[in-house]
Ligand binder design. Structure first.
Ligand SMILES: [Cu+2]
Length: 119
């Protein structure tokens, strides 16, 4: 078994996780995971669904938390932030008006990642 085959994806993961605090304006990388069009994000089992959501500029978006834990939808570039979404709660927020790809996390569980694509 060649460790290098395993190391590269792992390294990429670590690098992208570490880049969260840095400037999020990079347009590098192809959109590998196809963004799903819609206006709602569901949080379940400590994951955002869809992981990548495509929306119109300034769209009104709904976040529904189906977990028993509180979560947030927080842009890593401070473009939007729902604040705490209590278990079972539904909140809304406004998508950025500037087209682009916006990574977001849950501030409480920062391993939770999602992407908002404004087109
Ligand atoms: Cu969370």
């Amino acid at each position: 078994m060649r460790p290098s085959k395993l190391l590269l994806p792992l390294l990429t993961l670590i690098i992208s996780a570490g880049a969260l605090g840095a400037c999020g304006s990079s347009k590098a990388g192809s959109p590998s995971a196809a963004a799903v069009s819609g206006t709602s994000i569901t949080i379940k089992n400590f994951a955002f669904s869809p992981a990548s959501l495509s929306v119109s500029p300034g769209a009104r978006l709904t976040v529904h938390n189906e977990d028993a834990a509180t979560h947030t939808v927080t842009s890593v570039s401070n473009a939007f932030n729902t604040g705490n979404v209590a278990p079972g709660a539904t909140v809304t927020f406004t998508a950025p008006t500037t087209p682009g790809t916006y990574a977001y996390i849950c501030m409480i569980h920062q391993f939770m990642h999602g992407t908002l694509v404004v087109t």
